[in-house]
Design a protein around this ligand. Structure first.
Ligand code: ZN
Length: 131
């Protein structure tokens, strides 16, 4: 089962999409398998990280900004190469094991849509595969 979700983002941010993935899983009726979450954009990403202390998300974005600053040497005409680099390093997808009808996430884990070049209208896909 494939489910498409829409998201309106700010300039930069981590959006907790765990509830959307759970919704897709519940609608699928599948109790054993995997859930694939995919981001079809080149300046955004999907990641799993802490869902408790919001300072972790702030620090992740700060660390990525420091690691991938805008540089005058970049040639990409759109001027957002730093966002492309964050996207490719964080990654376009995550896979989560489904067992007993639940996502096998750790207690402190949440699934996040990472925006690096907003504000934009974004999509992400959730595919639940029985197995
Ligand atoms: Zn670009």
């Amino acid at each position: 089962m494939l489910k498409v979700f829409h998201l309106r983002t700010d300039e930069e941010g981590l959006y907790n999409i765990t509830s959307y993935v759970r919704q897709a899983l519940n609608e699928s009726g599948i109790s054993e398998g995997i859930a694939v979450v995919f981001c079809p954009h080149t300046t955004a990403a999907i990641t799993i990280n802490e869902n408790s202390d919001p300072d972790v998300q702030t620090d992740l974005l700060f660390g990525l900004r420091k690691s991938f600053p805008d540089r005058s040497e970049y040639q990409h005409c759109e001027g957002n190469s730093y966002a492309h680099m964050k996207s490719t390093c964080v990654g376009a997808s995550e896979t989560v094991i489904v067992h007993d009808g639940s996502l096998m996430l750790g207690t402190w884990q949440g699934i996040y849509f990472a925006e690096f070049d907003g504000p934009r209208d974004r999509n992400f896909f959730v595919k639940i595969i029985k197995g």
